[in-house]
Design a protein around this ligand. Structure first.
Ligand code: IVH
Length: 690
């Protein structure tokens, strides 16, 4: 393919994919299947690797695959990013309305928009392309986070219609609660402390160095303020309607209200309805609709006179902070907890609240003895939102964060760039060891349900189990020596431990409780590398080659297995009879007949699905990659494979094989008595497909 053809295809694919993104993420009306979308995306990805200079800066491929390492240059806002005045009740809101009517006269037309709890962003578009995205910062200058913002799917649409050549549009980046909860479930399963709230995660995500990591975070955006030279719109709603017609994501809950009474009805309605929304809102922004009137009203030094935020009342209570205690998780992560004088809040008595980490304590400047405000937001655990400084006594001193582990006295450490402190004494710190045992026996890991939380504590405190491998040497006699232990219970425990030897490798790997290795990652590793030996031997580069394995996970694995004691633990688990390799599904036995060969799989097969084909190749030592390149050895072609792949393979002289050919390659050098013997790969017969 020559450059001109490539350009035409890249332009076409980019345009089509953006249109599909728009239909999916903005309109929620997709017209093609996810599979078809992925196929088109892969085609574009391939063409972009061949002709990188032709890739569009805002290509849809940046949303999924490609990583850009950010530098976050500070840039000055072309127009200052102001904040809004706040009101908390009807009287203050009526005052706002009176001030405006006094200045202008007559009844005012307002626009009411939900105030999404996220972070403000300013976007610049030139000729329909997003060219710059800047955070609010201090309002005068912010950080250039363009690469990260480009990964937001609802922004990845080709603009339509009659948009101005240049414009700025501002909005709020946020995370839906469902995405936030999913992220937290994954974090907890990987032994990481949960994030505090969707807002913090959204804001933290935008500051991630690797845009590939940002793309994995389910961020969304709503745009609410259009700015530009010579725009012909007369009202704020016209601006927003225009932006929507260009394909930008704007709110669909906005209403025009005539006069302040209608505004109040909007507030009343949304104070109740907001809880049913999938994201957090903390109020309503009320804006004068006419742009001419906005200009007439102007700005104070800090805020516009033509807009105000009304904050919803949250159920909050005031109580005294009695003590700050520290919890130690199974990976050693320390979470500070506020011990409160019991207070009644929305149906329950609150005695404790999470303080998250040292930064949060510093931010709140919260001290023992303070009267604090406690709120129940969307989260289940109540949070401390502030301190009533008027009630603070003179002798109060700033909180000194714990420097040693409250459980074992070891000095705490804090890794660079992380908010959490850790206790490094992983083998000698009781809650860490007990936590690891609890994690190991959990349903999703080794599923030994006869050992609960209490039993894990007892086994540890009585010296029977000091690490997870010790579980496999306890006997019924050992157990019978424990208080209140009957024969039946003891036998149940022994049976449960025995049965755990049948649990698949991926769950054993998850159960080992390695930092950052949650359920999904464990599965991925088990499938891709097949055995604990391969995982232990893999270096960072090997690991990074696996789909969805990023820096943090690769680093965590390499560090973990660099420790001889962890290798010894694996040996003991293996000796105990636990499964330490993944089953090979399609063939009775694996080998390495495909070792050193890279395959690209495309199309639909009759004997297996694509995942199975991948498993099969990997089980025999081969590698799979998503796109055809000079490094590809074989293209495994099924029915309906993409023409781009086929063409590329033909150009590069790559062999195209059928699934039957693959079977021949595997079986020819695969002897039952000789597993894993290195051998020359057999070359397939030229495929009958072409
Ligand atoms: S208008 C000059 N509209 O609230 C106009 N802001 O407290 C300023 N926000 O920094 C912003 N939803 O982060 C506006 N519909 C909305 C909003 C909104 C959320 C945030 C935004 C702003 C803050 C001001």
């Amino acid at each position: 393919m020559d450059k001109a053809q490539a350009k035409q295809q890249i332009d076409e694919l980019t345009g089509n994919l953006k249109e599909h993104n728009y239909r999916y993420y903005v309109l929620s009306e997709p017209t093609i299947s996810d599979l078809e979308f992925d196929r088109l995306l892969k085609q574009l990805e391939y063409l972009e690797t061949q002709f990188p200079e032709l890739a569009h800066a805002d290509s849809p491929t940046h949303v999924v695959g490609g990583s850009v390492i950010n530098e976050f240059e500070t840039v000055k806002h072309r127009r200052r990013m102001l904040s809004l005045g706040n009101t908390y009740n009807e009287t203050e809101l009526r005052d706002f309305d009176s001030r405006i009517r006094k200045a202008i006269g007559g009844e005012i037309e307002y626009v009411c928009e939900l105030k999404i709890d996220g972070l403000a962003i300013s976007l610049f578009y030139e000729n329909g392309e997003l060219v710059q995205a800047v955070t609010r910062g201090d309002g005068v200058q912010g950080d250039d986070v363009t690469a990260n913002v480009r990964t937001i799917r609802s922004l990845n649409a080709e603009l339509h219609g009659n948009f101005p050549d240049e414009f700025e549009i501002r909005g709020e980046i946020f995370m839906h609660r469902r995405g936030f909860e999913k992220l937290n479930r994954e974090r907890i399963s990987a032994g990481e402390p949960a994030y505090a709230n969707p807002r913090n995660v959204a804001s933290g995500s935008l500051k991630l160095k690797d845009s590939g990591e940002v793309a994995k975070r389910p961020l969304d955006i709503t745009l609410y303020h259009l700015l530009g030279e010579n725009l012909s719109y007369k009202t704020h709603t016209e601006c927003i309607d225009a932006a929507r017609s260009w394909g930008l994501k704007t709110a669909d809950t906005t209403e025009v209200c005539r006069g302040i009474d209608e505004v109040l009805r909007f507030l009343e309605k949304w104070d109740k309805k907001r809880h049913a929304l999938g994201f957090d809102t903390d109020g309503v922004v009320i804006k004068v609709n006419s742009l001419a009137l906005q200009e007439e009203l102007g700005y104070t030094a800090k805020i516009p006179r033509w807009a105000i935020a009304y904050k919803f009342q949250t159920e909050s209570a005031t109580t005294r902070l009695l003590e700050i205690t520290y919890q130690v998780g199974r990976t050693g992560a320390i979470t500070p907890v506020a011990e409160l004088e019991p207070v009644f809040l929305i149906g329950t008595t609150v005695k404790r609240a999470s303080l998250h980490n040292a930064n949060e304590i510093e931010r709140l400047d919260v001290r023992v003895g303070d009267m604090v405000f406690v709120e129940k937001g969307g989260e289940i655990i109540p949070k401390i939102t502030g301190v009533d400084f008027s009630q603070r006594t003179e002798k109060s001193t700033p909180t000194k964060y714990a420097s040693v582990c409250p459980e074992c006295g070891t000095a705490l450490i804090r890794h660079e760039g992380e908010a959490q402190h850790y206790c490094p004494n992983e083998d000698g710190c009781a809650p860490q060891v007990i936590g690891k045992i609890e994690h190991f026996v959990a349903r999703k890991a080794l599923n030994i349900d006869s050992i609960g939380s209490e039993m894990a504590k007892t086994l540890y405190s009585k010296g029977l189990v000091k690490d997870i491998a010790d579980l496999y040497s306890i006997t019924a006699e050992d157990l019978l020596k424990l208080e209140r232990m009957g024969e039946k219970s003891a036998q149940n425990i022994i049976d449960g431990i025995q049965q755990s030897k049948n649990v698949p490798f991926e769950r054993v790997l998850f159960g080992m409780g390695i930092r950052h290795i949650g359920e999904t990652v464990a599965k991925k590793l088990a499938l891709s590398l097949g055995s604990i030996e391969n995982i232990m031997q893999a270096n960072k580069e090997n690991l990074l080659g696996i789909d969805e394995i990023g820096d943090v996970i690769a680093e965590s694995l390499v560090t973990y297995f660099a420790e001889p004691k962890h290798k010894a633990l694996v040996e003991r688990l293996k000796e105990a009879g636990l499964k330490m390799q993944a089953p090979i599904k399609a063939l009775p036995q694996a080998g390495n007949s495909l070792s050193g060969l890279t395959f690209v799989i495309s199309g639909v097969f009759s004997e297996m699905n694509r995942d199975e084909a991948k498993d099969l190749i990997e089980a025999h030592g081969g590698k799979c990659s998503g796109s055809v390149s000079s490094k590809t050895d074989y293209l495994l072609a099924g029915e309906g494979m993409g023409p781009a792949k086929m063409e590329k393979a033909a150009q590069l002289g790559i062999k195209i094989i059928s699934e039957d050919d693959l079977m021949v390659m595997i079986s020819e050098s695969n002897s039952i008595t000789q597993p894993a013997q290195p051998s020359e790969p057999s070359k397939p017969s030229q495929t009958s497909l072409f």
